[in-house]
Design a protein. Structure first.
Ligand code: NAP
Ligand code: G4F
Length: 329
């Protein structure tokens, strides 16, 4: 394939998972930098373009699915990307326990399909793989960095470990520019509704507007290192601008319990979370990741990456978005 920038064309990026939380922020980020953005869109009876509604005129959509090899080859042929960002995944941990084979097909084998398509069609391109702190799982050392051992605790985590090593292996075996970003939890008003931050933010707003009186959660003691998705997509891009491909942890370095999340979220409307939060074992997982806290020293030193949005600002933004969507009281 010819170099798409040789004739002075705009840089081209292919983003899988463009309809998801991270895809929407990354598309904004790349468009602001003058990229021509191609988004892989899988067939659906009703396409989920809500998060990128404001961008649809500026994105080129190419049909494709991580479950289908030939569609990925075609997507790369059509988009002729300098950079490929693989954000597509079955990303919800509880669903991975219910659908482990589907999760593995998309998150693990799907990544090999994409790597092979890239090797065949665009070996000179650079690729970002969306790896995750869920790979650390049952952690024995804290904070976790690029050298920390993996011990995944869900079919989701297992699938992502496979994809991580496939990304490293294609780099080492075939000399491809492939990077794995090991990102800790990151949230935003565009977060899927089933994830705990969004579930809590939405409930706070509904309780404040008198539509609900309580929210039912699972493990309140689990600890997560929560950042903002807008900060984290900057890091994805920065990895692909380096001279050499490598793997990087992206995290804030602070950890909070789910109970602390509730305290901050209900605090946004002047309420005591203990008056509104119930627990139900139905929301517990067959195996839990109890503690995650990242050490992003390498990203800070090599990429110059720092998070800019605090946990309190993040939660406030999420609660405010739900309050605004519900309208004035
Ligand atoms: P998300 O909101 O759940 O988005 C997932 C995206 O993947 C959607 O665009 C979805 O398309 C697409 N997708 C699912 N199955 C597909 C398939 N078979 N073929 C093509 N596309 C498919 O996830 P996110 O929070 O943006 O996360 C982005 C990536 O980062 C994921 O790989 C996730 O596992 C990883 N990650 C996320 C976090 C986090 O805290 N957010 C942390 C670490 C890693 P539809 O709209 O059609 O469903
Ligand atoms: O918000 P969560 O569902 O996110 P989780 O499982 O940490 O996974 C997210 O972050 C990963 C990065 O580490 C990504 F790779 C992954 O794709 C996803 O974006 O749950 C966070 C914690 C868990 O310990 C869970 O047990 O919150 C606890 N929790 C307590 N009650 C709950 C609930 N989680 C959910 N979703 N719903 C509850 O009612």
């Amino acid at each position: 394939m010819s170099d798409p920038t040789a004739s002075g064309e705009r840089r081209r990026a292919l983003v899988t998972g463009i309809t998801g939380q991270d895809g929407s922020y990354l598309a904004e980020f790349l468009l602001e930098r003058g990229y021509e953005v191609y988004g892989l869109l899988r067939r659906s009876s009703s396409p989920s373009l809500d998060r990128i509604e404001h961008l649809v005129e500026r994105i080129h959509f190419v049909g494709g699915d991580l479950l289908d090899q030939s569609s990925l080859v075609r997507a790369i042929q059509e988009s002729r990307p300098c950079e490929i960002y693989n954000l597509a995944a079955q990303s919800f941990v509880p669903t991975s326990f219910a659908e482990p084979v589907h999760t593995a097909e998309v998150n693990a084998v799907g990544v090999v399909r994409l790597l092979e398509a890239m090797r065949q069609v665009a070996p000179e391109a650079r690729m970002y793989q969306a790896s995750t702190s869920e790979m650390f799982g049952k952690v024995r050392t804290s904070p976790q960095n690029e050298k920390t051992a993996f011990h995944p605790r869900s079919p989701y985590g297992v699938s992502k470990v496979y994809a991580h090593w496939a990304t490293v292996n294609h780099r080492e075996a075939f000399d491809l520019f492939t990077c794995s970003g090991i990102l800790f939890n990151h949230e935003s008003p565009r977060r899927g509704e089933e994830f705990v931050t969004q579930k809590v933010a939405r409930s706070v707003a509904r309780i404040e507007r008198g539509l609900d009186s309580e929210v039912t959660l699972g493990n309140l003691d689990a600890r997560r290192d929560w950042g903002h998705a807008a900060d984290y997509v900057r890091a994805m891009w920065a990895m692909l601008q380096e001279d050499e491909p490598d793997d990087f942890v992206i995290a804030t370095g602070t950890t909070r319990t789910v109970a602390e999340l509730c305290e901050v979220a209900f605090g946004c409307v002047g309420r005591d979370w203990r008056d509104h939060v119930r627990t139900d074992p139905a929301f517990l997982r067959p195996a839990e990741v109890e503690l995650l806290v990242g050490d992003a020293t390498k990203s800070r030193e090599v990429l110059g990456w720092e998070p800019e949005i605090s946990f309190e600002e993040l939660v406030e933004e999420m609660v405010a978005a739900h309050l605004a969507a519900l309208g004035e009281a």
